[in-house]
Design a protein around this ligand. Structure first.
Ligand code: ATP
Length: 250
């Protein structure tokens, strides 16, 4: 606790940013015929507004399963997720769709751009159905691609394509940005540019961001790091300072 103006001390949790997302008791069991694969086991987690959290863990530890459930792409076997205090599963499948559409942007390891559309058109596909979209040009400018608007994916490097995918995810002005191994297919120099774009979005738009990686070096860019193993969060660390991606080597 630290004193504030007027000499009144606030408990830590009241000085912190408001809570954006809460997961309580999440479990996920995949059933493969007679075999049950427990992918998540009793996961509790809180993301605060504007925070950048890295989920760090080895392959198969359940990170993607967790992110997909937090983003409403998949449903848990047990437990619940609350966005700004409301269960995201309220209203069933339609409620989940509304939550995903209005509030969540996703970035995956593979960019999933449409080859026959330019960078601008790939982003515009999303802004056409969004409620409060940014202009595609503004989203592309934010990720450093203002001079690549009319390039097709094949005319862009892997890192540039991933930045188009980030522009597409943020162009609908989501409250939450979920990135699943966004640098997994990239060399470190290119990966750093992608991480810089994600940090810029987080800083300038205040988008609450969760990023999955198995690369411990990348965890240094986060406010907070949640370590994952065997379907559980096994450690939490707060980084005293966030490192700039430019200084990272992997
Ligand atoms: N659709 C599915 N059906 C059956 N089992 C699954 C399914 N998806 C994931 N699993 C299993 O659940 C466990 C967790 O997988 P998950 O993809 O969440 O891990 P991860 O930490 O993201 O791994 P990676 O970094 O390799 O993507 C693994 O044992 C995986 O084989």
């Amino acid at each position: 606790m630290e004193p504030v103006a007027g000499g009144v001390a606030l408990p830590d949790e009241e000085r912190a940013a408001p809570v954006a997302l809460v997961a309580r008791g999440l479990a996920k069991i995949y059933r493969m015929g007679a075999v049950e694969v427990p992918a998540l086991r009793d996961v509790d987690l809180t993301l605060r507004e504007g925070e950048l959290v890295v989920l760090l863990g080895p392959s198969g530890s359940g990170k993607s399963t967790l992110l997909n459930i937090l983003g409403g792409l998949d449903t848990p076997s047990a437990g619940e997720v609350l966005f700004r205090g409301q269960p995201i599963a309220q209203g069933g499948e339609r409620g989940l769709t509304r939550y995903r559409r209005r509030h969540v942007g996703f970035v995956f390891q593979f960019y999933n751009l449409i080859a026959s559309l330019t960078a601008r058109e790939n982003v515009a596909l999303v802004t056409e159905i969004a409620e409060a979209p940014m202009a595609p040009e503004a989203a592309l400018e934010l990720v450093g691609l203002g001079d690549r608007l009319d390039h097709f994916p094949a005319q862009l490097s892997g890192g540039e394509q991933q930045r188009v995918a980030i522009a597409r995810a943020i162009a609908k002005s989501p409250d939450l940005l979920f990135c699943d191994e966004p640098t997994g297919a990239l060399d470190s120099r290119t990966g750093i540019l992608v991480l810089e774009a994600i940090l810029k979005v987080n800083g300038e738009l205040g988008t609450t961001t969760a990023l999955i990686t198995h690369n411990a070096v990348i965890a240094d860019i986060a406010d907070r790091v949640l370590s994952f193993a065997d379907g559980r969060i096994v450690g939490t660390r707060v980084n005293p300072v966030r490192h700039s991606p430019a200084g990272l080597v992997w």
